[in-house]
Design a protein around this ligand. Structure first.
Ligand SMILES: [Zn+2]
Length: 144
């Protein structure tokens, strides 16, 4: 193994080329190169055998964020569109509307003129608001 000395060519890390390359030893410190000159870029710098490990990369662990608290139960499902409601209601029983009938909130009715609708509210003693596809109407009920 040839002894390294000034003007020997050694592999060293070039701070400019950012690579381990052949360098010519410029000065020695004991039996190790102290300053070297890059054979590739001619830059002179302190001898480094290997690529330094950047401190930041070595242990850079951003404090793990605390796991997010579980979300609160999501606010109720977005409002259904009327079409969706109608579809869902397609299978539900519905009452034929008549002025003498008795209806409650949530009932589905079939109106001779307006078609299918959903009772939105019962207003004692004898009115209901019903939502139909095109509008919400006030209808009479419990009429004797
Ligand atoms: Zn270089």
């Amino acid at each position: 193994m040839s002894k390294i000395d000034v003007s020997s060519v050694v592999e060293a890390y070039c701070t400019k080329c950012k690579l381990v390359l052949d360098h010519t030893v410029v000065t020695m410190q004991g039996d190790k190169p102290r300053r070297v000159k890059c054979n590739t870029c001619d830059g002179e710098h302190n001898y480094r055998a290997e690529k330094p490990v950047p401190k930041s990369a070595a242990k850079k662990e951003p404090a793990a964020k605390k796991e997010k608290a579980p979300r609160k139960a999501p606010a109720k499902k977005a409002r259904q569109t009327w079409e969706e409601i109608m579809q869902e209601a397609a299978d539900k029983p519905h009452k034929k509307y008549s002025m003498s009938g008795s209806f409650a909130e949530g009932d589905w009715i079939e109106h001779a003129t307006f078609g299918r609708g959903c009772v939105q509210a019962f207003m004692p003693p004898n009115k209901i608001t019903v939502r139909f596809a095109d509008s919400t109407r006030l209808l009479v009920c419990n009429h004797s």
